[in-house]
Design a binder for this molecule. Structure first.
Ligand SMILES: NC(=O)c1ccc[n+]([C@@H]2O[C@H](COP(=O)([O-])OP(=O)(O)OC[C@H]3O[C@@H](n4cnc5c(N)ncnc54)[C@H](O)[C@@H]3O)[C@@H](O)[C@H]2O)c1
Length: 365
């Protein structure tokens, strides 16, 4: 089987955190998971290069990963790294406003696969030039909206597609975290609402957290500081008639719940670990737990491969087969970004109804 050379640009926590568990077990949940851990866990990918502007980040890599990635060469200039290492796959893990130039340059350099962190960019213009570059170069690019690789969410979407309980009518989501920030973490849940609604978002009305009235542009500085970004509440209409809302609240809880209201039942996805279904036809209520949630209960958190290792596996599959990753393509990530930006616009216009620039019709979810 073909093997692939990989490189990472940006060496922060999500890039290079290492789980204390044995490395023979793919580290997937709970955190820390990371790009470098996924490269360690995939038998057909070798991490040949890693790059950061900051010496301290490079020192952290050397202190944390040398036993596992002994031959990885370190760089402070990613163009030099691309030139010397000629990687097949590149991770882009820089702050959000620095994804675009790097992705365009990596695609133009002829790299076959790109694994870009979320949100894809901070403006639609940036997202569009990234999409143009990867489509022109035939690059297999995917964006780290990680729940798209969790089997539990695919099970939930099957309920929509199979109409098991009739048509989906409403999605109600809540996100109560200390770090319930619109772009930093909200992007994951808004992306999931698109995935589950299985249709284009058409319009929304929204408001931002109190005290953020002047927040009309996201600078994309990485979101490390909670007060740098608001939470938001939004109501979205999808093209297939589904209505969705998300209530975000910065609080000392750690829960996200998505309730899916069908004609003949309600499915509740709780904390990424469980789907609880209540039927209205008298049939038994059921509960499905994800493999990860079962593993956590048993105290074996690290055995199930999804999220980061799943993302890498999909890129490898795309390179093996000459196809493109399907689960989180750049056009779907652009659609999610267009929701986040429409939320800012709605708030700035006094909670007005705003049409969502959802891009081409070919991206349904
Ligand atoms: N998928 C997830 O759940 C998840 C979690 C955390 C962060 N993220 C995303 O990861 C990305 C990074 O976020 P962060 O908070 O870790 O950022 P950060 O600001 O803490 O770190 C980014 C790193 O990139 C480096 N960098 C910036 N420009 C560079 C360049 N041109 N070449 C090489 N290195 C460069 C910086 O020196 C820094 O070390 C963001 O897009 C963020 O949204 C995703």
């Amino acid at each position: 089987m073909k093997t692939y050379k990989a490189a990472v640009i940006g060496l922060s926590h999500i890039s290079q955190a290492r789980s204390p568990s044995p490395l023979s077990l793919p580290s997937v949940d709970p955190m820390p998971r990371s790009h470098v851990a996924a490269y360690a866990g995939h038998p057909r990918v070798t991490l040949v290069g890693a790059c950061d502007l900051m010496p301290a980040a490079i020192d952290r890599f050397n202190a944390t990963w040398r036993d596992v990635h002994p031959a990885t060469r370190m760089y402070t200039d990613y163009r030099e790294m691309l030139d010397k290492e000629k990687p097949d796959i590149v991770s882009v893990i820089t702050p959000d406003d620095r994804h675009a130039d790097i992705v365009v340059n990596v695609a133009n350099a002829g790299v076959a696969g790109i694994w870009c962190e979320k949100p894809i960019a901070t403006t639609l213009a940036d997202a569009d030039r990234m999409i143009e570059a990867v489509e022109r170069n035939g690059t297999a690019m995917t964006v780290s909206h990680t729940r798209r690789w969790m089997p539990l969410y695919h099970k939930a979407r099957e309920l929509v597609r199979d109409k098991t309980y009739g048509e989906l009518k409403v999605l109600t989501a809540t996100m109560y975290y200390a770090r319930a920030m619109l772009f930093r973490n909200g992007t994951h849940i808004f992306d999931m609402l698109c995935f589950l609604a299985d249709a284009r978002p058409e319009w929304l009305i929204a408001e931002l957290e109190d005290g953020f009235d002047g927040f009309d542009r996201y600078r994309g500085d990485g979101g490390n500081e909670i007060s740098s970004e608001p939470s938001a509440n939004a109501y979205i209409k999808f093209a297939n008639g589904v209505r969705a809302n998300l209530m975000m609240q910065k609080s000392n809880n750690l829960t996200n719940v998505i309730e899916m209201v069908f004609e003949n039942g309600v499915a509740r996805i709780v904390g990424d670990g469980q789907i609880i279904i209540n039927r209205v036809d008298g049939g038994p209520s059921t509960s499905t737990r994800s493999a990860i949630s079962i593993a956590q209960t048993l105290g074996h958190e690290d055995w199930v491969a999804d999220r980061e290792l799943g993302i890498l596996s999909e890129i490898v599959h795309a390179l093996d087969t000459g196809t493109k990753p399907m689960l989180s393509p750049p056009r779907a990530a652009r659609q999610t970004l267009s929701i986040l930006l429409a939320i800012l616009e709605s708030h700035a216009k006094g909670n007005a109804r705003v049409t969502i620039d959802a891009g081409p019709a070919s991206i349904a979810s």
